[in-house]
Design a protein around this ligand. Structure first.
Ligand code: ADQ
Length: 734
């Protein structure tokens, strides 16, 4: 499969530039790490790259054709206004600062969010137009977090991978992000979601749990109807893009220049995009501190700061530029001498030979981002040291630190200790330097960007293969046409509908999940057909169901998981009467848990006591629930009561009160020639599914395994297909 299927790479920017020379369009491929990594894979798989070309105006058709034919690139059209709001607005002024843990720099505007959705839609259309069955789609980075979900809707069986190049922040920070829930749901459309480090992955998992209430394990998470694979997969560099340049005459010429310029002095190099996450001002201040606290370096050490301009349309980047310029002037003014400039500043992108020469020449690379997904500069510097020269001083907050333990790690926020570490790097013994650098070099060469790309695609293939093989084990999606046919043919029908999580969305507090008028109308239409016996079968109290749904003509109600029921057309409740003495001994235990966790509460039903903890921090709530269940199991072992764990609830109720018993009571009448439909979303509905005849239409709502024959993704879909059954004209879409 890996070799026969094409690859569609999707990223915000295409790895090419369109240039107009003398009235003729030409294309130029950029030598970025990602493009270098993807090129051999794209060549092998015969794929395409989809993204924005960088053009501010719509390109003429000839230029678009050229991109496609010469570079296998497809340009997504993003009009200037949309681009500004999507790219500079939501992506770079909301996502970028927040994902790098700079909440104070967050700027959110809902029109930017709308533009983000629209831009992702345009990417989705471009991919869908290009997609052929069997293709793999690899979506890159924070600009396109909604795209996996959009693609999943449009091409449900597609193999979709997503890689995040920037850090994923802690869940406290992530929860600040307006529209964060939608983003999480969007990336979950992928089969494989990968990050640079385990920490980023952990943060993502925690946000899934806290914001969406979705549990996951170290390497996977259950999405509706599918399993999504999670991975930490650190990106590498293309070694030849650096080592291959070392012997070139242009590089040698640059080296000569550097030797002449800095003879007798040690050079510390810093190479950054001019971005506030890269920590330039902090580095400059720390360098000032180093010169003050270690005067022996005065005249002996030069900081060569190379900064490539970046995102200059955004105000905060302009401020950063001024701040950096001012700091450099101050420090050079304060310490410089007629023959020594402490900080040499190059404010532009430099050529590859220049960059390689600088890396090769520098005694130290000082890589000190305040937060960084990976940081390729650290790896590029190390790649240029095949002989084990040089020292890498590296921020612990760069993703690279997770796999570059032989570097001298620093906390860039701690100027005093960072200055001390840089001083140490300047004095490190040759042996220690070599030991550290050779270990780093070897790893950077081995774990290169090709290994990264291959591994990602291998994992994607594996995940998709498992999904396709295992699909039959989980309930398949409900074939609504077939269901409708069976429904229409049947002379008598039984419909058993769960309430919470099936007919209405789960709410934080039970009383918030009241039925809306649309639901009442839908139920009334279903019950108006005399061939139908419709029952809402819920864990709710009889009084609640009666109050909310009692007015729907001819609707049957079953309360407390089937402990009591009221048949269609009747107002009398049947079932056992409640024995309630046990509550006096269980209630104090639940109260004790409520005292420990403000926000949780007890719901009292006729037959049951329920501890609700939906609003509690998820991990803590689940941990307490386990403790509570263990305690109650011991205490109730000799009784007919049991504690049951549901969706963020622990419910204590008699064993016999379950939906299965009710199913056994009602279903036999409809077996054979009739039609039985049962829909539900949680564990208590499994009892119901298990007791139905084989040909019944049992439907599980949401992800995960189930005994039901079919699956639908959410409450919206449930209502959609029920609504369809009520229409007289067949197969009318709503
Ligand atoms: P970036 O934020 O762009 O990438 P980084 O990984 O440091 O960060 O890559 C910067 C690149 O630009 C390097 O290849 C570097 O050589 C080059 N560069 C910087 N200054 C230059 C200059 N003056 N002249 C020439 N070249 C220069 C994002 C994430 C990172 C992650 C990468 C890859 O923010 O954390 O490592 O993607 O996943």
């Amino acid at each position: 499969m890996a070799d026969s299927s094409r690859l569609i790479v999707v990223s915000n920017r295409l790895p090419v530039a369109l240039v107009r020379e003398g009235g003729e369009w030409t294309t130029k491929r950029s030598a970025g790490g990602l493009a270098t990594a993807m090129d051999p894979i794209l060549k092998r798989a015969g794929g395409v790259w989809i993204g924005w070309s960088g053009a501010q105006e719509e390109e003429p058709q000839e230029a678009i054709e050229l991109l496609r034919q010469e570079q296998s690139c497809i340009a997504v059209d993003l009009p200037a206004e949309l681009l500004e709001k999507f790219y500079e607005g939501y992506a770079n002024q909301a996502l970028w600062p927040l994902f790098h843990s700079f909440p104070s720099r967050l700027h959110f505007a809902s029109e930017n969010w709308e533009a983000y959705i629209e831009a992702n839609r345009r990417f989705c259309s471009a991919v869908a137009d290009e997609f052929r069955p069997g293709d793999r789609i690899w979506v890159h980075d924070y600009h396109l977090m909604l795209l996996p979900g959009m693609l999943r809707e449009r091409i449900p069986d597609a193999a979709i991978g997503f890689f995040l190049h920037i850090p994923f922040p802690g869940s406290d920070i992530f929860s600040i992000l307006p529209r964060g829930e939608e983003l999480l749901a969007g990336v979950l459309g992928a089969d494989l979601i990968a990050f640079h480090t385990h920490l980023h992955l952990q943060h993502f998992r925690m946000s899934l749990r806290r914001l969406l209430g979705i549990e996951s394990t170290v390497d996977r998470v259950e999405a509706p109807g599918r399993e999504v694979r999670l991975q930490a997969l650190p990106i590498g560099i293309a070694p030849d893009e650096f080592l291959g340049y070392q012997d070139k005459p242009e590089t040698q010429a640059e080296l000569e220049k550097l030797r002449a310029q800095y003879s007798g002095r040690k050079v510390i190099v810093a190479v950054d995009r001019l971005d506030y996450t890269k920590g330039l001002p902090d580095r400059l201040r720390t360098f000032r501190r180093l010169l003050s606290s270690h005067p022996e370096f005065i005249g002996k050490v030069v900081l060569l700061q190379i900064a490539v301009p970046s995102r200059e349309n955004i105000g905060s980047y302009q401020e950063l530029r001024s701040e950096v310029h001012e700091l450099i002037s101050e420090i050079n003014g304060e310490f410089g001498t007629p023959d020594w400039v402490p900080i040499v500043y190059i404010h532009r992108g430099i050529s590859r030979p220049e960059l390689v020469a600088v890396y090769q020449f520098a005694d130290i690379a000082w890589v000190s981002p305040l937060r960084d997904g990976m940081n390729l500069v650290a790896k590029e510097y190390v790649a240029c040291q095949p002989d084990g020269n040089g020292v890498l001083v590296l921020s612990a907050f760069a993703g690279a630190a997770a796999e570059m333990g032989e570097a001298l790690l620093i906390n860039p926020f701690d100027q005093e200790r960072t200055a001390f570490t840089v001083a140490r790097a300047l004095d490190l013994s040759e042996d220690e330097k070599r030991d550290r650098m050779l270990a780093l070099h070897e790893r950077v060469i081995r774990n290169n960007v090709f290994a990264w790309g291959d591994r990602f695609l291998m994992l994607l293939d594996e995940t998709v293969k498992i999904r396709r093989e295992h699909a039959p084990e989980r309930p398949p999606l409900l074939p609504v046409d077939e269901l409708e046919d069976a429904y229409r043919k049947a002379a008598r029908r039984l419909l058993l509908l769960d309430y919470d999580g099936t007919l209405v969305r789960l709410a934080a507090r039970p009383n918030e999940a009241t039925p809306d008028d649309n639901l009442r109308n839908l139920l009334a239409q279903l019950t108006s057909d005399p061939a139908n016996c419709v029952m809402v079968v819920s864990g709710r109290r009889a009084a609640d169901l009666e109050r909310w749904l009692g007015q729907v003509p001819h609707l049957g109600l079953a309360a407390e998981h089937g402990a009591r029921w009221r048949l269609p057309g009747s107002t009398a409740w049947q079932g056992r009467s409640a024995e309630t003495q046990w509550k006096d001994s269980v209630r104090p235990i639940l109260e004790h848990f409520v005292d420990r966790t403000p926000g949780s509460f007890i719901e009292e039903k006729e037959f049951a006591l329920v501890w609700h903890y939906r609003t509690i921090e998820a991990e803590f709530g689940d941990w307490l629930a386990t403790e509570l269940v263990a305690m109650l199991e011991g205490m109730l072992a000799e009784t007919e009561l049991r504690p049951y764990r549901g969706n963020k609830v622990v419910e204590v109720k008699p064993m016999w009160a379950n939906k299965g018993a009710l199913a056994s009571e009602l279903a036999p009448e409809y077996a054979g020639a009739g039609f039985i439909l049962a829909i539900g979303d949680d564990r208590t509905d499994e009892d119901l599914f298990a007791r139905l005849p084989e040909d019944a239409w049992s439907v599980h709502v949401g992800g995960g395994p189930s005994k039901a024959r079919y699956n639908v993704t959410d409450t919206v879909r449930v209502r959609e297909f029920l609504y369809r059954l009520t229409r007289q004209d067949r197969k009318t879409a709503i």
